[in-house]
Design a binder for this molecule. Sequence first.
Ligand code: HXC
Length: 258
Amino acid sequence: MAYENILVETNGKVGIVTLNRPKALNALSAGLVRDLGAALDAFEADVNVHVIVLTGSDKAFAAGADIKEMAEKSYMDAYLEDFITKGWERVTTCRKPIIAAVAGFALGGGCEMAMMCDFIIAAQNAKFGQPEINLGTLPGAGGTQRLTRFVGKSKAMDMCLTGRMMDADEAWKCGLVSRIVPVDDLKDEVLKIAEAIADKSLPITMMVKEAVNAAYETTLAQGVRFERRLFQASFATDDQKEGMNAFIEKRQPSFTDR
Ligand code: HXC
């Protein structure tokens, strides 16, 4: 399927979505978010896709929600269309692992969208920020909540109240991103990471994602109980038998996603 605002490709078991509005630094227009939702639907439905990568250009992952599109919205426009729930939450409901590969600007909604992914790999030139305060508004796609969980209250307050940008190094030091790679290597490195995950059992990677996400939504006791149930359930899969037998037989496992 052809999209207006994104490029979509698969590389083996990895589905790649590249945000593609270069003239607007990949500003997240309603059309782009719609395209992204449709692409994620297609990747989720495709059993051959195990992992999804969301990326932008070398200059911008995304410079935020489209300011030109939203500048004149009234409260009632925003309320009735539930701006911006629709579409954006598709990223958070994705059941397959989704990696954000961020080069350049990840600002406002761009930073929020990267944080909706499961983890972030940053290029050395990445810049993260929640600059909405400079526009007379505040983060609206989870920035105040997710950034606080990633980096803690003090730095989240600093970022959201000053609107300043954080470079890749600072983002790595405070746990916003898991790894930093040179800009020119970003796509290759992220693909390698995605392929390593894609080689595992798909249902098990999905269970891992569910379990880690539960850490954000439950008490510790509930989360540990949930994890234990999934762990026990993994013993009903062929892939657990294959994985453990492969270890004992000193060979590589061959998972069948069952
Ligand atoms: C619409 C945008 C845009 C945006 C950049 N552009 N960001 N258009 N919405 N968020 C457009 C510019 O208008 C310009 O178009 C072109 O992209 C290039 O941008 P420049 O500003 O000329 O580039 P540069 O000087 O390199 O500066 C880069 C930048 C700056 C620092 C990233 O563009 C910037 O500050 N952008 C806005 C960042 C921001 O405030 N984001 C938060 C948005 S609010 P023309 O036509 O002039 O060439 C938000 C709320 C989320 O995200 C809430 C939930 C959705």
